[in-house]
Every structure is written in structure tokens, then in C-alpha cells.
Design a protein around this ligand. Structure first.
Ligand code: PMP
Length: 344
């Protein structure tokens, strides 16, 4: 056998990019939290093909709509989103041969609209200064488009049960399997609540009879959001927290909730890149901040899994920009990286 002979006998590749959604890896943190007792693992959702955890719900919501006959050949996906869900839906719609139309408020950065267009989506811009009940608001335009376009389907990620179910069927089982059932805490930032509800429910159920007790579900919430008792006042961290209670957030699931400031979230987002080599978004730093607070009272036997929903690429002009951080009053002097070593 020549030296260049491959060892595999069958070629290894995915049939389509959609087959690469999910099965994201866990990585241990070696620097941040090294002075704390638990093992802290992060789940790299930014490695999904559309760049975020939202690929999972996009696939499930579209496949559910197909199964229920709500979306079929020639159909169009219509959703008011400019964020990660839009990218996931645009990618899945493109691969399955559907049109997609996204409605975004004018305040949203052009770059975000360009990502959606790159997948072949159409983007409609709504005026920002319009009351929500107006037919020209973000939601008003979405509803009118859904009625006007034949074969249109609006997934509605805030209330679609396929969203938490995708996490119940994939994210939760992956964490259980990859930790060999040793996970004790899962830490999740809540936006629509879909990740928390689905992943949390699965992990509670699967570990219910475990001798060491069931997995604890820890929610990270931006200071100001309703989940941690806020009024809905604004904050900078994106994709998490709410000013209303969406149907996909089940308040029975969390075992604890930590309120996290923008400053804390951005501090740990920057340290993830600088110390662990992990370029993740602001909601990832927020979840990590909550994990570190929870970890203070835990032991060497505890294994925490922190979900990192998206990549830091989308925040280079904000969280990773010294100018933006200083203009908004945030401290950019992250402490010196400590040597990667752990106790216990
Ligand atoms: N982080 C980011 C960056 C997000 O876009 C989202 C989705 N809104 C979340 C966290 C929260 O996920 P979920 O909607 O499932 O609560």
C-alpha cells in the first residue's frame, strides 16, 4: 500500500449543509473560572453552519410546517427578524427551495440585512418610529405580507412549539451524551426561552432519578429584562431578555435565575476570546457570567455546561471595539490572562 493511500474506505461528507446542524462540541475552560471548583464546559453553538444555535429551530419549524401541510412547493417563509433566526430560516428555506422574506426595523444594521440577502432572501425594511398596532409597523407589515403572499408561512419563533422541541430532541440529549450523564448544571441565556425550556426540560427528565439529583437549569438574564424581574428597560446585550413573556418561556423550568449587567456580559465575552481562544457573542459572555456566580457555591464534583449561542464575528464593531466600548462607558481593561491551571 502506498503511503498516500487513505485509511477510510468510504468517503465522508454531508449530503447538504443542513445535515451539519447540531452535534456541536463541548470545550473545557482552562483560564476563566480556574480559581473555582466545578468543571466548566462550553457548548459551541456558533459552530452551526448558519453561525448560531437558531439553525436548530429554523430546521425544526420548517420541517414541522411541511409535515402539517402549512408549507409546500412554491411556499414562502415570512418572519419579522433580522437576527440569528433569520439567518437559520434563510439557509433552510434556500436549501429546501422556498422563498424567504424578512421584515427588519430600519434601525437594524445594513450588514445584518446583507447576510439574509446573501442566502437569497428578500428583506423589507419597516420604519422604526411607528406604533406596534399600525399596519406599517414591523408586525403589521409581516401580517399583511403573510396574507398577501400565496403559500406564505410565518414560523413565529416566540410561540412555535417546534422551537423548544428542537432543543428537547437535540441540544438536551447532546449535553447528556457528551458529558456521559455527569452534567450537574446547564447555564442558558433566555431570549424567546426556547433553548431554556426545551434543553432544561429534557435534562430535568433524563436525570430525574439520578442518585446525585437532577440537573439544575440556570438562566442568565440581562439586567432590565422581565425574566429577572425587570421592567423591560433597554440593555445592549443582543438576542436575550424580553420586555414581554413569550409562550416558549416556561417559568416552571429554571432552578435559578441570575441577573447580569451589560458590563459583566461584555467583560466575559472579551475574556473568552482573549484567554480561551473562543470568539463568541455577548449573550455567551452573559451566560458565562451567570455560570461563574453559580459556581461559587459548587464543588469539584459539579460539571457545568454553558451554552454559547453565536459567534463574536457579528460584534466586532461593538463588544470587540475599544472605541464603541469606551463611548458606551464600558471598561475594556480585562484582567491579565491567568495561567491555565485548575484546582481539584
Ligand atoms: N443568544 C443569542 C445571540 C440569540 O440570538 C438568542 C435568540 N434570541 C438567544 C441567545 C436566546 O435563545 P432563545 O430564543 O432560545 O431563548
Amino acid at each position: 500500500m502506498s503511503q498516500n493511500q487513505p485509511t477510510s474506505v468510504t468517503p465522508k461528507y454531508a449530503e447538504t449543509i443542513l445535515d451539519l446542524i447540531g452535534n456541536t462540541p463541548l470545550v473545557k475552560l482552562n483560564s476563566i473560572g480556574a480559581d473555582l471548583k466545578p468543571t466548566i464546559l462550553v457548548k459551541c453553538e456558533f459552530l452551526n453552519p448558519g453561525g448560531s444555535i437558531k439553525d436548530r429551530i429554523a430546521l425544526k419549524m420548517i420541517e414541522r410546517a411541511e409535515a402539517e401541510g402549512k408549507l409546500s412547493e412554491g411556499g414562502t417563509v415570512v418572519e419579522p427578524t433580522s437576527g440569528n433566526t433569520g439567518v437559520g430560516l434563510a439557509m433552510v428555506a434556500q436549501q429546501k427551495g422556498y422563498r424567504s422574506v424578512f421584515i427588519t426595523p430600519s434601525k437594524v444594521a445594513q450588514e445584518k440585512r446583507d447576510v439574509l440577502k446573501a442566502y437569497g432572501a428578500d428583506v423589507v425594511v419597516s420604519e422604526t418610529a411607528v406604533p406596534p398596532e399600525s399596519e406599517n409597523s414591523y408586525y403589521g407589515i409581516t401580517n399583511r405580507l403573510e396574507e398577501a403572499i400565496e403559500g406564505a408561512y410565518q414560523p413565529n419563533q416566540f410561540f412555535n412549539s417546534a422551537a423548544p422541541e428542537s432543543h428537547y430532541e437535540t441540544t438536551g440529549p447532546e449535553i447528556w451524551e457528551d458529558t456521559a450523564g455527569q452534567v450537574t448544571h446547564v447555564v442558558i441565556g433566555a431570549g424567546t426561552g426556547g433553548t431554556m425550556t426545551g434543553t432544561g426540560r429534557y435534562l430535568h427528565e433524563v436525570s430525574a432519578d439520578r442518585e446525585s439529583g437532577p440537573v439544575k437549569v440556570v438562566v442568565a438574564d440581562p439586567s432590565g429584562s422581565v425574566y429577572s424581574g425587570g421592567s423591560g428597560r433597554p440593555y445592549f446585550v443582543e438576542g436575550v431578555g424580553e420586555d414581554m413573556w413569550p409562550g416558549n418561556y416556561d417559568p416552571e423550568v429554571p432552578d435559578s435565575i441570575h441577573e447580569i449587567t451589560d458590563a459583566e456580559a461584555f467583560h466575559y465575552t472579551r475574556r473568552l476570546a482573549a484567554e480561551e481562544g473562543i470568539l463568541a457573542g455577548g449573550s455567551s459572555g452573559m451566560a458565562l457570567a451567570a455560570a461563574l456566580k453559580e459556581a461559587e457555591n459548587l464543588t469539584e464534583d459539579d460539571v457545568m455546561v454553558v451554552i454559547l449561542p453565536d459567534s463574536g464575528r457579528g460584534y466586532l464593531g461593538k463588544i470587540f471595539s475599544e472605541t464603541w466600548m469606551e463611548e458606551h462607558g464600558f471598561d475594556t481593561n480585562a484582567p491579565e490572562p491567568v495561567a491555565p491551571q485548575r484546582i481539584g
